[in-house]
Design a protein around this ligand. Structure first.
Ligand SMILES: *Cc1c(COP(=O)(O)O)cnc(C)c1O
Length: 352
């Protein structure tokens, strides 16, 4: 037998959201927080055009895309680092701090990639339990030790959808030592409507130890192409750029992301529709008797506890795939109205 790293024996596998289909062909994938919309014609056209160049390697520096992001968000070019999805950028961040003895603090439950990436990079995970489905920032600040290199703050939090307000987040950032990197994972930023939830791109500016992760996978509808980025001060962005596998962000992903920024108004209109559906789904669930934490993301969270797998199975019977976390709860993405209705019907019969 070849010898592998011992950590591989204890690492849980990443469980991607699955699709389910009923015998009569109904299938609603509400398990991966994707955009329910087909890609925009203008984006598909740009990809088709870009396909003519795929015998060549992509631009390793992704210059045009980086320029487009810099211009769109008003941040310096040198503050941006790209990756093949923001999960990969997160992995690159772990690579920049990961060595035995280093600690990384994050809330739990939160994005399930964090523990995997932590294990892979050799750092020790310090998980701070959520309180009322939200980050316990006081406890997180207290969990920071001289060994802490990085803190992840997922805002809004996946899978609970809850968001941290500006006052609390700023107070937390003020407590974090300057040599600890704070990563604000804002994969769902475009869905935030609560104005007291801060924009990381504002918060990071006068804080050299704060950076922001954003992605084209969710609101921009490019999950299948894999492109995300970090915005942080030069030393942080540079460290992340050093850890990228050459040519990681492929040519079509670069082109599609640029086209998506151009078509942003159209995409953000779609986001508005999802947000309206989110309100409808949450209110309907509450009327059915469920407890649903307020959500600023494109999903809702139900703490189904011991009945979680049973709940997911009941949804699957109706063709609805949700994302269950056994013994804890289920995350359900907001889809198109038909998918949401199918889910709400399943939830109603389960609640009875
Ligand atoms: C979906 C998600 C991401 C983005 O993943 P990509 O790799 O960009 O597709 C990052 N962070 C969180 C919390 C997410 O839920």
């Amino acid at each position: 037998m070849p010898r592998f790293r011992t950590i591989l024996d204890t690492m849980p596998a990443y469980k991607p959201g699955k699709a389910v289909t009923t015998p009569d062909g109904r299938s609603y994938k509400l398990s991966s927080n994707e955009s329910p919309y087909d890609p925009l014609p203008s984006v598909v056209e740009a990809i088709a055009e870009g396909a003519r160049q795929i015998n060549r390697y992509p631009d390793p520096g992704a210059i045009k895309l980086t320029e487009a992001i810099a211009e769109r968000f008003g941040v310096p070019f040198g503050h941006i680092a790209l990756g093949a999805g923001s999960v990969t950028v997160a992995q690159q961040l772990f690579e920049t701090v990961g060595e035995p003895g280093a600690e990384v603090v994050y809330a739990w439950r939160s994005f399930e990639a964090y523990p995997l990436l932590a294990d892979l990079s050799g750092v020790t995970s310090v998980r701070v339990p959520l309180v009322e489905e939200n980050h316990d920032l006081d406890a997180m600040a207290e969990a920071i030790t001289p060994a802490t290199r990085m803190v992840f703050v997922c805002n809004p939090n996946n899978p609970t959808g809850t968001a941290i307000r500006e006052r609390e987040l700023v107070a937390f950032l003020d407590r974090v030592p300057q040599d600890v990197l704070v990563v604000l994972d804002e994969a769902y930023r475009e869905y935030v409507r609560d104005e007291s939830v801060p924009d990381g791109l504002t918060l990071y500016r006068d804080r050299p130890n704060v950076c922001v992760l954003r992605t084209f996978s969710k609101a921009y509808g490019l999950a299948g192409l894999r492109v995300g980025y970090l915005v942080g001060h030069e030393p942080v962005a540079e460290a992340v750029r050093k850890t990228i596998i050459p040519f990681a962000v492929n040519h079509l992903a670069q082109i599609a992301a640029i086209a998506s920024l151009k078509a942003e108004d159209e995409l953000l209109e779609r986001v508005d529709t999802v947000v309206k559906e989110r309100t409808r789904v949450r209110e309907t669930l509450i009327a059915q008797g469920w407890t649903v934490p307020p959500t600023e993301a494109n999903f809702v969270w139900l703490r189904t506890g011991e009945r979680t797998m049973e709940f997911a199975a009941a949804c699957a019977v109706e063709g609805v795939a949700v994302r269950p976390f056994a013994g804890e709860g289920a995350r359900i993405s907001i889809g198109d109205p038909e998918a949401n209705d199918a889910f709400l019907a399943a939830a109603a019969s389960f609640a009875e």
